[in-house]
Each structure stands twice: as C-alpha cells, then as structure tokens.
Design a protein. Structure first.
Length: 113
C-alpha cells in the first residue's frame, strides 16, 4: 500500500526545514569567525602563554603573561590555581629554526619557511 501524498509532502518539508536550519548554523559560524569582536580578544598581547609544561596527562604548569606580570598557574582536573607571581619575567625564547623536513614541506606547499 503506497504512502499518501500528504505523508510524502510532510517528510519533504521536514527535510527542507532541516537543511535550512543547518545552513543557517553554518552561515552564522562563518560570520562569527570573520567578526573580530567575537573572538574574545584574539590577537591581543595583553594576555599570552609564555610557556607550558605537562606534569601528567591531566595536569600542566603554565606561565601566563598578563600585561607586564607573569603568573605561574597550575592547571588540572580540579581547576586552575595561581602558584606564584614571578618577580622577574622569564626570558623570551628565540624561535628555533625549522627542521629540514619542515622547510621542504613549506617549499612544496609554496609557503615561507
């Protein structure tokens, strides 16, 4: 026994509505990526991670620069705690030269190494 035309029409309209909702979500995500005010201060040097060290799979030691002040933070499953405020900032490590493999890969994809 074939389905009635009204059942096929309601399934079709539900699929179209679902496609429209998914399209709207993707469009809003695309717009949000391109609006600088929605990134939460990305690109700002007021707050940056200076260094990080994994202590265990769930715990890390992180040095964060907040303006001119550097804080040593313990980050784990229980949350984040300030362990110490550094009296003198850590020296900024110079960027290491890329490996030979990275240089060849960058040349292959046409990027600067």
């Amino acid at each position: 026994m074939p389905h009635s035309p009204s059942a096929a029409g309601s399934i079709g309209s539900a699929v179209v509505a679902l496609a429209m909702v998914i399209g709207l979500i993707l469009a809003l995500a695309w717009i949000a990526k391109r609006m600088p005010g929605l990134r939460g201060g990305a690109g700002s040097n007021a707050l940056r991670i200076v260094g990080s060290l994994a202590l265990s799979p769930r715990e890390r030691l992180v040095v964060v620069a907040v303006g001119e002040t550097q804080l040593v933070l313990g980050v784990g499953a229980a949350g984040t705690r300030t362990l110490h405020t550094l009296s003198e900032p850590l020296p900024v490590a110079e960027a290491a030269a890329p490996s030979a493999f990275a240089q060849v890969l960058a040349q292959h994809f046409g990027k600067k190494a």
